[in-house]
Design a protein around this ligand. Structure first.
Ligand SMILES: O=P(O)(O)OC[C@H]1O[C@@H](O)[C@H](O)[C@@H](O)[C@@H]1O
Length: 469
C-alpha cells in the first residue's frame, strides 16, 4: 500500500547528500551545502517539482540533526546504525566495489573475501534495504527514482519489489570493471550486484565504455541477454561553465592566485616559471605517485627544466578511515619531499604539495596552469580534466590518461598517456610544456567546448526524460 507520506514525484538517492551538519562544542549545528552535478541538476527542476533527496546521515553532526529533527525541505537523511553504515560504506562500497571497478587490487595478496567480508555484505544489504524502504514510503504513485552509484546497487531490485509502480533509474558514477576483473568478487555477490541494478528500468553510465563493460559482466555472470529488459544509457556529465567562470573570478580566488604566483616564482632568467597542476582527492585510483615519479624523471632526463617548472599538486584527504588511504597519503608526501630535497634550490621548490582542501585555491591553480596532469589508473569521468580548460586564463595543455572516462570526449585535443607508463608520462609532460602557444590556445578552446557539452542540469534532466520514454 502507498503510504500517506508518498507525495514526491522525483526522488534521488545517494550515500552522500547535498547538505551536511557539523556539531561544535557548544552543541550548535552548522549546515554546509555541497556542490556537484546532482545538486545543480535538482535545483534546475525548481522547488515546486516535489523532489526529495534521500541520503545517509554521515558523522555526528548529521546524526544529531536527524535526532533533533533539523533538516532542509526536500532532503531526508537516514540515520542508519553507525556500525552498519561503516561496514557497508568502508567495507563493501569503498573497499570491495570501488577497488574492483578501479582495478586497484594487488593480487596475489588482495582481495581476501572471508567471513569478515560476509559480515560487511550483510550490513550492505541492510543499508540498501533502509534506502529502499524510505524511498518506497516517500514516492508518489508512478514517481521517478534516480538511485546513485555503487553504494546503492541493491536498491533498484529491492524497491521494485516494494513498489512495482515506480520508474527506477540507477546511475554509476564510477567506471565499470571488465568481466575478468569483476569476477574477482564471489559469484553470488557478483550476481547480486548486477541483479540489484537490473531491478531498474534503466541503468546509466558516464561513458559507453563503462556501459559495455556492465553488459559484458551481465553476460559473463548471469548468462546471455539482459534478463530483466533493463535499458542501458550513457550520460557524459560535463562541466558547469557558467558557475565555474563566475566562481573563478571572485576575490578569494584572485587572492589565492596572487599567492600561488608568488610561490611558483620566476626562473633564473626572469621569466615566469611554468606550472604543471593537478587537483585530486588523495585517492589510489588518481595515480598521484606515478605522476610525481614522471615529474622527477622529467627533471632527470631534461635538466633544462630545472628551476623553470613547478609541479603544483593539490591532493585533498579522502576516506581516511581506511588504512590504505592513509598509507597512500604518506607515500605521496614522501615522494614529493624526496624530489624537493633532491632537486630543490634555495629559490625553487619543485613540488608544491598541499593536502588541505581549498576550492578557491583549486580554481586559482586552474587559472594559471600551463599543463594539467590528469593521469588516473581508472576514473568514471574526471571532472578536473573538464574544468581546467573552462577556467584557464591563458590556455592549458591537458595531459590525460586514456583510462579516464573524459578521454572519450577530450582525447583528441589532449596529450594522452598510459597511466602506468611513467617514462611515457614524463615525455608527455615535456611535449605539453613545449607546445606552441597558438596550438595550445586552439586546443583549449576545443577542450572547453567538448567539456561543457552536457552541463549538470541538462545531464540530470536527460536522465529523467530517458526514464519517461
Ligand atoms: O566516499 P565519498 O567521499 O562520499 O565519495 C564518493 C564519490 O567519490 C567520487 O570521486 C566518485 O566519482 C563518486 O562515484 C563517489 O560517489
Amino acid at each position: 500500500m502507498v503510504s500517506t507520506r508518498a507525495t514526491h514525484n522525483i526522488l534521488v538517492a545517494s550515500n552522500r547528500g547535498p547538505v551536511s551538519y557539523t556539531l561544535d562544542e557548544t552543541g550548535a549545528l552548522t549546515a554546509k551545502r555541497g556542490g556537484g552535478g546532482l545538486v545543480s541538476g535538482l535545483s534546475a527542476i525548481g522547488p515546486d517539482a516535489g523532489a526529495l533527496w534521500v541520503c545517509s546521515a554521515l558523522g555526528d553532526g548529521d546524526r544529531e540533526a536527524v535526532r533533533r529533527g533539523v533538516g532542509e525541505d526536500g532532503v531526508r537523511m537516514l540515520d542508519i546504525d553507525a556500525d552498519t553504515h561503516e561496514a557497508a560504506y568502508n567495507g563493501i562500497a569503498n573497499s570491495a566495489l570501488w577497488f574492483v571497478h578501479h582495478l586497484l587490487y594487488q593480487t596475489p595478496l588482495e582481495p581476501v573475501f572471508d567471513k569478515e567480508f560476509r559480515r560487511q555484505w550483510a550490513a550492505y544489504e541492510t543499508y540498501n534495504h533502509a534506502f529502499a524502504e524510505a524511498l518506497a514510503e516517500e514516492a508518489a504513485e508512478g514517481a521517478a527514482v534516480l538511485v546513485q552509484d555503487y553504494h546503492l546497487t541493491l536498491v533498484p531490485r529491492m524497491l521494485r519489489e516494494l513498489r512495482p509502480d515506480l520508474r527506477i533509474g540507477h546511475f554509476s558514477h564510477t567506471p565499470w570493471a571488465p568481466p575478468e576483473y569483476f569476477r574477482l568478487l564471489p559469484d553470488d555477490i557478483a550476481a547480486k550486484v548486477l541483479g540489484g541494478i537490473l531491478g531498474a528500468d534503466r541503468a546509466a553510465f558516464l561513458t559507453q565504455r563503462w556501459a559495455d563493460a556492465f553488459t559484458d559482466c551481465c553476460h559473463a555472470v548471469l548468462g546471455p541477454g539482459i534478463p530483466s529488459g533493463t535499458r542501458i544509457g550513457v550520460h557524459g556529465l560535463g562541466a558547469d561553465a557558467d558557475f565555474l567562470r563566475e566562481r573563478s573570478h571572485r576575490p578569494d580566488v584572485d587572492e589565492r592566485l596572487a599567492v600561488l604566483r608568488e610561490q611558483i616564482g620566476t626562473a633564473p632568467d626572469g621569466s615566469a616559471r611554468k606550472a604543471i597542476v593537478r587537483v585530486d582527492r588523495t585517492e589510489l585510483s588518481k595515480n598521484i605517485v606515478r605522476g610525481l615519479l614522471a615529474f622527477r624523471e622529467l627533471l632527470e632526463e631534461r635538466p633544462e627544466w630545472r628551476e623553470r617548472v613547478v609541479h603544483v599538486a593539490f591532493a585533498y584527504p579522502s576516506r581516511q578511515d581506511l588504512a590504505v588511504y592513509r598509507d597512500y597519503t604518506a607515500e605521496v608526501q614522501r615522494v614529493a619531499d624526496g624530489i624537493n630535497s633532491q632537486y630543490g634550490t634555495p629559490g625553487w621548490t619543485p613540488v608544491l604539495l598541499n593536502l588541505k582542501d581549498d576550492f578557491a585555491r583549486s580554481l586559482a591553480s586552474y587559472r594559471l596552469a600551463d599543463v594539467a596532469l590528469v593521469n588516473p589508473i581508472r576514473d568514471g569521468m574526471n571532472l578536473v580534466a573538464k574544468e581546467v580548460p573552462v577556467v584557464s586564463d591563458d590556455g592549458c595543455v591537458l595531459v590525460l590518461s586514456r583510462e579516464a572516462g573524459a578521454y572519450e570526449e577530450l582525447g583528441e585535443d589532449a596529450v594522452v598517456v598510459n597511466p602506468y607508463d611513467v617514462s611515457g608520462t614524463a615525455r608527455a609532460l615535456h611535449e605539453a610544456l613545449t607546445m606552441p602557444v597558438g596550438e595550445r590556445a586552439e586546443r583549449t578552446k576545443r577542450l572547453a567546448a567538448a567539456a561543457t557539452a552536457l552541463p549538470p542540469a541538462q545531464w540530470f534532466l536527460d536522465q529523467l526524460h530517458a526514464l519517461d520514454s
